[in-house]
Design a protein around this ligand. Structure first.
Ligand SMILES: [Zn+2]
Length: 517
């Protein structure tokens, strides 16, 4: 792997507070970022998230609250940032498209594109969706001129504007997509994107006359116009990195992985590559596309009113429970249906029973029989511990390689399944080895000590593996095991040492009784 890694989420449209879909995207990108940070060069990883604050929808939302657009953006952006901090999203840059540094960067790119002749002025009339903030062709719309994303009629619009040449780059982008497997993941989205290049591309309108919309970034070559939304927000992926010289960006872009929802596949597969080509920069490395989260079968969106407030859930159950649930329950790239009942089910079964109980049993026995002191080296004397131990040790040893492959492939749910298989093997090992029965005879205590060190050491590996998914829980268990960072990451058998002391258990996930039960 290259020693430069750059991760981004979409720059979230800030016309309302975050819903679960936003949280899901940032949680997935964060799990991936945390995973990559452990690889060589990972300490240099950069991770951008942020808010897209210009455009008509934002201005309209501000007007509804009698705020000027900037004051409204300040308020919503702060809510996003607080939510992402609470969810422990490990971004390195939280970019706001109203930041002066971002605006200056967009103007620089606009000026360069204009000088190179890829932006031109013309009269235009067409069908425009305010929700999407873009023009549609007849073919893209549903019968009756309905926007397929918003299920609302588009409006007819006639005005002179600036356009970015897209058709000029169609063949080059298409060739890149065709020759680069994995450029868009999962694969079916690459196939979907390829079909977008079958026909000539309509050039992209990138401006609004200030007379109609002034809430944008002024064009450097015409002060009567602004740019906003698509031409504006994409540059936020790069605009506030420590070094935005061409030389630096030529290294960053081939190491850039975007996390986006499938609703903005077209803009990222077509517009964004064309914008980069038009300024002479290389294309990004990869687009990682996720599906929609629905509730009760219909898509979660501000306009449909079925929004799950992720922060309410996170406050109620803990941010890690939300992180665990969305990564475990939904396959990345597929749509998923969210229900609170299912969250409670998973909480009780996976977190309270499997993870919580194992942690408290192992630490409680170590405290009771040995005053918390580790009695032996883990992974030794295995044959004496009965049939469960070989299988258990083998499972723990294989875990980190297995997880690495699965997260690389964005299979977060299967990576968590792999961790839970190890939890299951540990629980079976306890049952088979029965340390609590053995301990009744003091002559057996050395053997009990060996069983418990194998279990404590396995718990350490499990806690370390959970860091990408549930950072707070991982820290809590590692703290109970009383280990430092280096010991936390050690392979199985090389972590806990004889004489080390672990702490007595504290409840991690108290069971939730079902309401009305
Ligand atoms: Zn629309």
């Amino acid at each position: 792997m290259a020693d430069r890694i750059h991760i981004t989420t979409a720059i979230h449209y800030s016309n309302g507070p975050p819903h679960l879909g936003h949280a899901y995207e940032d949680i997935a990108a964060d799990a991936y970022a945390r995973h990559l940070r452990r690889k060589p060069g990972g300490s240099k990883l950069t991770f951008v998230t942020g808010t897209d604050e210009h455009g008509q929808k934002n201005r309209d939302a501000a007007a509804k609250e009698n705020l000027d657009p900037k004051a409204f953006a300040d308020k919503i952006s702060a809510i996003f940032r607080t939510a992402f901090d609470r969810l422990e999203i490990s971004y390195t840059n939280f970019v706001r498209t109203t930041d002066p540094a971002h605006e200056a960067f967009v103007q620089k790119m606009l000026a360069r594109t204009f000088e190179r002749g890829d932006i031109y002025f013309r009269d235009y009339e067409g069908l425009y969706c305010v929700g999407c903030e873009r023009f549609y062709t007849d073919k893209e719309l549903l019968p009756g001129n309905i926007c397929p994303e918003h299920n609302q009629p588009v409006e007819f619009l006639k005005e002179s504007n600036y356009f970015l040449k897209l058709e000029k780059y169609r063949a080059a982008i298409r060739a890149h997509l065709e020759s680069t497997p994995g450029f868009i993941r999962p694969e079916r989205y690459r196939n979907e994107a390829l079909r977008m290049f079958d026909e000539p591309l309509a050039d992209l309108c990138i401006s609004r006359p200030k007379a109609r919309l002034d809430w944008g970034i002024e064009l450097p070559f015409d002060d009567k116009f602004v740019t906003y939304v698509w031409y504006d927000a994409f540059w936020a992926y790069l605009s506030e990195l420590p070094d935005t010289s061409d030389a630096a960006l030529a290294e960053v872009l081939p190491a850039t992985e975007h996390f986006i929802g499938k609703d903005i596949l077209k803009t990222h597969a077509v517009y964004w590559p064309a914008m980069l080509m038009a300024v002479g920069l290389p294309l990004y490395r990869r687009l990682n596309v996720h599906g929609y989260l629905t509730t009760g079968g219909s898509r979660m969106s501000k306009s449909s009113g079925n929004v799950v407030d992720p922060m309410e859930l996170a406050e109620h159950l803990g941010p890690d429970v939300l992180r665990y649930f969305v990564l475990r329950e939904f396959g990345y790239g597929l749509d998923g249906d969210f229900s609170e009942a299912r969250v409670i089910e998973r909480y009780n079964a996976d977190l309270a029973n499997d993870l919580g109980n194992l942690t408290s049993r192992v630490l409680a026995m170590t405290a009771r029989y040995f005053n918390g002191e580790i009695q032996a080296q883990p992974g030794t004397h295995q044959s004496e511990h009965g049939p469960g131990v070989d299988y258990y040790c083998q499972q723990v040893r294989a875990l980190s390689d297995r997880i690495e492959q699965l997260i690389d492939a964005l299979e977060f749910n299967r990576a968590l399944e792999a961790i839970w298989q190890v939890l299951d093997a540990a629980n079976k090992y306890i049952v088979a080895a029965a340390p609590f029965t053995l301990a009744k005879d003091p002559a057996n205590l050395p053997r009990v000590g060996e069983i418990l060190v194998n279990l404590c050491e396995g718990l350490r590996v499990i806690a370390d593996s959970l860091e990408a998914f549930m950072p707070a829980t991982s820290r809590k268990i590692l703290d109970l095991l009383n280990v430092d960072q280096t010991t936390a990451h050690a392979p199985f058998g090389e972590g806990l040492k004889r004489g080390h002391r672990v702490k007595p258990p504290v409840p991690l996930f108290p069971r939730i009784e079902k309401p009305n039960a």
